[in-house]
Write a protein that binds this ligand. Sequence first.
Ligand code: GCB
Length: 616
Amino acid sequence: MKNLVISFICFLGGYLLVTAQDNIIINTEGRNTVSLNGIWHYIIDPYETGFYDYRFKERRENDAGAYWNAPVLKEKTDWTEHGFKDPYPIQVPGDWNSQDRIFTYYEGTVWYQRSFDAPKVKKAEDVYLYFGAVNYETHVYLNGKKLGMHKGGFTPFNFKIPKELLQKTNNNLVVRVNNNRYPDEIPTVNTDWWNYGGITRDVKLVILPETFVQQYHLQLDQKQDILTAQKKKRFTISGWVKLNQLVTGGKVSVQIPELNIYEDYEASGDSVKIALQAKKIELWDTNNPKLYEVIISYNTDVVKDKIGFRKIEVYGDKILLNGRQIFLRGISIHEEIAQEVRRAHSKQDAVKLFGYVKELHANMVRLAHYPHNEYMPRMADSLGILVWTEIPVYWTIDFGNQEVYKKAETQLKEMITRDCNRASVIIWSVGNETPVSDTRTTFMSSLVKEAKQLDDTRLVSAALEVHYIDGVNYVDDPLGAYTDIVSLNEYLGWYGALPDACKTAKWETKYNKPFFISETGAGAKGGFHDVKEMRFSEEFQQWYYQEQIAMVKNNFPDNYTGLSPWILMDFRSPRRNNPEYQEGWNRKGLIDDKGHKKLAFYVLQQYYKEIEEQEK
Ligand code: GCB
């Protein structure tokens, strides 16, 4: 037994234990929960009347006009100007835009309400209220009291419900959601995707002992040489377990029964450093996504997870998975079910999206441009699909603003905290197509450093842009000096030239690092056929993919390590208003909004099959 006792304020081999998002409860699926999904009620509140009084001052907690307070009407003469009732039902989880025509273009405040009965708890247990994600700003009230607020549309958050606040029955839960866009938020005002508002992911009560295992990070130790570990049959799994509060004793234990690991640690402070030895580990790989049951406990609190162990690293200009060079056959995905014009949020949605990914013979997905729901990386874990996941630092963020940096950093920490045990996640991306300037490079490189400090078991990247210099497509963005992989979005043949420009294009990168195409794509309206020169025809898109693939095969730098074309499916975008071909959709999907596969799908599929064959 090892007794590694550490205080809660120190760094652990590169892991920063104290973060702004220290209170996120991870792996809620492995917990005792009560779902609050289902039908809620809503009020659309464009003037924010429920929040501000007639002088536009924030309402006091007990103000009867505040929408978090349920109206109490005793006499006939009593009156109210708000209330949550049928016929104003809204489905949670779910974006509001897709639920009723009155919401289609709505951006602003919507109040959500539902009531619930207290779950059965033991005396020494607490109830937490957990949200998978709400876009964008959320204020949460229970029985007239504010539990807290959160900003950021794609990451989880939770609040402890004070014991004295929880009633046996009929607890009145009210959530104010606002999805207005602001220049100093993340993302900012301008995006090429739909700003779906609402409680877009699962909501649940999580029942936990007073002291519980809140977060943990267990991965193969990045410092060990994986081939030596395999040869010598000596692997180290390292990381940490964090409790929700400071303790002065008690036992943290980590068990991986299949590996015969049963280790106890004496707890002190709120964190324990973990180092486990194993003789033989079946490594998690794309063709063998082995997951082990891991049981972590503190005294009576027990949480189970399924974790894969693998090593991802960069060696020169190659990416190695478990010491073996890999080529990323990727595809970019937005969190959307195009056929239903809505955000994706469920396990079934993940099954659907990954079904297409598998059909394409891809081994990697870029989850663009924000952290997707947790079902996605979990499913990727079980299918052996590698994942790039990203924070919505997109285009022209207010890079000079420290407050904005803090918001980006918070989202980065929340993303890493939630997904740091997913073997499939190999790349944290700190942003997309940010315009080069010193201020921006300071901002972005600080995020890269932060990501590395929080987690050294993955690679860090960002999607960069290309510059044309003397007839050469040159990737020299100074941010490339900081990232592990130099990733590039390029649209040669769509924006600017025609696809056959690929034949003579010259490509160079300043960096001797893996060179990855994080985006390439062309628009086509599904079912529209014409000659290949006709923009928006399926034939044009097919031609584009043929030329791009020929280019990367024959005419690309040697450090080319893969691609994640733009994009699996057509997706909604307010920026795409060609009345014939787009109608509010970005049409670069390989699959259209009816689920119909366009010709280009098969071109990419063929390329991926060929690579797969060669790798056998
Ligand atoms: C890009 C962006 C992506 C857009 C895409 C496009 O470079 O990263 O968000 O949707 O181009 O279709 O132009």
